[in-house]
Design a binder for this molecule. Structure first.
Ligand SMILES: Nc1ncnc2c1ncn2[C@@H]1O[C@H](COP(=O)(O)OP(=O)(O)OP(=O)(O)O)[C@@H](O)[C@H]1O
Ligand SMILES: [Mg+2]
Length: 167
């Protein structure tokens, strides 16, 4: 068989629109606090070949950790459920989507205010969304009460290192 027929898109593997370098990985895991470490390490492993700086690595790990903790504590209220994480790379931008099918958020704007928490009794400080916003380049929160929550975060990776080298 002609090898070009085996790849109907005729694009080289790992390339997308305009020849962008793309890669995508999806994970589904149980809503357990032990899986927060798993998710953050998986996201760190995903961006590893984007040549991240140590700061970028730490930022992504913190953001994923906050998002997954929210699914476990708030979305599923410590009960059973599935968490869906997709990491997508397009050139030097990573997009991380984290979804739960838990209780959802009534007032997203209020929930995103720094220091706002609905669980002060659990000694939450209400800083999770503020950290995600600070450590990533963009954060989008979509939620439907009773249906669940979707977090989409983006960050450019590797540019800082390249700029440091150029100086
Ligand atoms: N996945 C989610 N499902 C339902 N509610 C959520 C979810 N994520 C966040 N929330 C709501 O948004 C509020 C703010 O979240 P945020 O992460 O900023 O603070 P926190 O989790 O309360 O405290 P911290 O993250 O500092 O421990 C939460 O108290 C909760 O009410
Ligand atoms: Mg939180």
């Amino acid at each position: 068989m002609n090898p070009s027929n085996m790849n109907p898109s005729k694009k080289a593997a790992g390339t997308g629109r305009r020849g962008a370098r793309v890669n995508q990985v999806s994970l589904i895991f149980d809503s357990l606090s032990e899986n927060e470490a798993f998710a953050r390490m998986a996201a760190a492993a995903f961006i590893m070949n984007m040549d991240p700086t140590m700061d970028e690595l730490a930022d992504v790990k913190t953001a994923v950790s906050e998002a997954v903790t929210n699914c476990v504590i708030h979305g599923y209220n410590g009960g059973p459920g599935k968490i869906y994480m997709t990491c997508r790379r397009e050139d030097d931008v990573v997009t991380i989507e984290i979804i739960d099918h838990g209780v959802g958020i009534e007032d997203i704007e209020k929930a995103m205010e720094p220091l706002y928490t609905t669980r002060p009794e659990l000694e939450r400080s209400g800083m999770g969304f503020a950290f995600m916003e600070a450590f990533m380049d963009s954060l989008s929160v979509q939620s439907t009460p009773g249906k669940g929550t979707r977090i989409i975060m983006e960050k450019m990776i590797g540019r800082e290192a390249a700029m440091d080298e150029a100086l």
